[in-house]
Structures are given as C-alpha cells and as structure tokens.
Design a protein around this ligand. Structure first.
Ligand code: GRG
Length: 295
C-alpha cells in the first residue's frame, strides 16, 4: 500500500476512534465529576490509537459497513485503564503519559485508581449494550476481551513484570510478559474486529495469531525505543526499564538479535493476515509500520 494512502487511512481511523470515544464515554459533568473528568482526561489524551484502529480496520477488512466503534472504544478503555494504573507510584511511578502529566499527577492517586477501575467495566458494558442485537457476537467479544485483559494475560503479564528480575528463568518469564502485557491487547482488537466483520473461524484465528506476533514485535520495538528515543517524541519517560531494573529482550539478547526478531515476527504476522479472505492491505501496512515506528 502506498505510504500517503496508508497515512490518510490511518488518520481516518484515528478520527473515527476519537469520535466514538467522545460519544460513548459518560460526559465529564456526570456525577461524580472529578472521576468522569479524569476518565476523559486519560482517554482523550491522544496516543497512537493503535488498538482501536486495529479493531476498526479488521472489521472493515471483512465487511463493508460494520459497527465496530463499540468494540474499538472498549479496547481503548482497557488499554487506557492499564496505562493509568501502570503509571501509579506503586507500579512504574511515571509522571508523564501521552505527552502530559499522568492521571495521578493531573488529579490525585485515588482519582487515578478509580478512573482506571471505572474504565474496566465500561469496556464490557459497551460490548454488552453495543452488540445487544447479536447476543452471540456480544458473547464472543466479551470472552475475547476478558481473557486478553485477565489474570493470565494483561494483568498476569504485568504481575510477572513487577516481580524482581532475579527470580526464575528469565527467557521464559520474558516470553510470558511479552505475550501477556503487550501482545494480548494487540491480538484481541484484531480478532474482535474480524468477529464483527463476520470473518470465518479460521480467519479470526489468523487475525489473533497475527496480533500476537505483531504485539510481541511492538513491545520489542518499545524496548529498543526506550534505549534510543527521547521523552519528547515518546510522550513518556525513556530509559525507564534500566531505571526500574527491568530485564527486557534487548538487555538479554542485544540490539541486533532484537531487531532480527522484530523482522521475523512482522513477517509471521503478515503471513497470517495474507492467509485471510478479506481486504488485508491496510492491516498489512499497519503491521509493517508498527515495526518501523519511532514513537
Ligand atoms: C496495570 C493491568 C496493568 C497493566 C499494565 C500497559 C501496561 C500493562 C503497561 C504499560 C507499560 C508498557 C510499556 C506496556 C506495554 C504495552 C505498551 C507498549 C503500551 C503503550 O502502548 P502505546 O505505545 O501507547 O500504543 P499509546 O499511548 O500510543 O496508546
């Protein structure tokens, strides 16, 4: 896909995602207003909107007029809740997120904790209500997102990441963390989009697997950028992994091996996407761009 056409389409998906977020989140003046203002503060702070874009684009790849905005917003709610909680002093203790003060800095710790808490059930409310006319689809979406964000993937990956780096087999732990903390929340929106678009069971699985491979690659690129980029570009502190004494694929295997793995995983993801019976051009270009990103 040609670069300008890709960029234009990406921006259109981001706009669609941001409109959906604005419409589907409770208004800031809903009581209690500080809580709802904080939820909107973090949800509307920008960011790449990668996960909602994956969801919207996957739905569109399989069908012409799918209503994927509920699922796209649900996925972004979970992602944003995890960022808010990850930034808290008891976790990564980070003052900056998406180029502005993290939620607990802009508000306070209690409000940030509760804003994250409130975004989590909102995600499932959006799925249950948004797809109420197709109960089986709603059920499948809820299963997909709850498993991805649950105790064996997103939260489990974070739990393992928070443990001291000297405990246990490092390579095995690292794979668990990569798949749980990052890849699960890239695989889920792709699979969910495919479900909404009416893809076959086998194409949904191809999308899930593509997301897993691209998601691990995404985290490896994050680790590379953590060493080579700067705070201004990333919108969050860099060098945080070294600072927090965390081991990463880069610290275990070096830059060259990490770059090679990013390339291999990206090819694996593309192969899965190309095996699907949909219009996969944009998604392939998106996966390729994830490997080359600079923020
Ligand atoms: C607290 C349950 C819980 C989980 C936290 C998301 C997370 C797990 C930790 C954040 C730190 C981190 C580096 C996570 C890996 C996933 C990742 C690279 C998140 C950042 O995603 P981007 O770059 O962020 O897509 P934007 O702001 O662009 O949406």
């Amino acid at each position: 896909m040609e670069a300008t056409a890709f960029q234009k389409q990406y921006e259109a998906f981001v706009q669609k995602a941001e409109r959906a977020i604005d419409t589907l989140l409770p208004p800031a003046d809903t009581h209690p207003t500080r809580l709802h203002t904080a939820m909107r503060y973090s949800m509307q702070a920008g960011g790449k909107r990668l996960r909602p874009t994956l969801c919207l684009a996957a739905a569109e790849a399989f069908a012409n007029q799918p209503e994927a905005r509920f699922a796209a917003t649900a996925v972004e709610c979970i992602h944003t809740y995890s960022l808010i909680h990850d930034d808290l002093p008891c976790m990564d203790n980070s003052d900056l997120r998406r180029g502005r003060p993290s939620c607990h800095k802009a508000f306070d710790e209690v409000t940030a904790l509760l804003a994250g808490d409130a975004l989590l059930p909102l995600a499932f409310q959006l799925l249950a209500q948004g797809y109420a006319s197709n109960a089986e689809l709603a059920r499948q979406l809820i299963v997909e997102l709850s498993v991805a964000s649950g105790s064996t993937l997103l939260v489990g990956g974070q739990a393992e990441d928070m443990r001291a780096s000297t405990q246990g087999n490092e390579s095995q732990r690292l794979e668990y963390i990569l798949h749980g903390k990052t890849a699960a929340m890239i695989a889920a929106p792709l699979a969910m989009g495919a479900m909404i678009g009416g893809a076959s069971k086998s194409d949904i699985e191809h999308c899930r697997r593509a997301g897993r491979a691209a998601g691990v690659a995404f985290q490896l690129v994050d680790d590379l950028l953590d060493q080579s980029s700067n705070t201004e570009k990333m919108g969050k502190p860099v060098g945080a992994d070294t600072h927090n004494g965390k081991f990463t694929f880069v610290s275990l295997h070096g830059t060259k091996a990490t770059e090679q793995r990013v390339q291999d995983l990206t090819e694996e993801a593309m192969q899965h996407l190309q095996s699907c019976q949909g219009k996969m051009d944009f998604l392939c270009a998106l996966v390729a761009s994830m490997a080359k990103r600079d923020r």
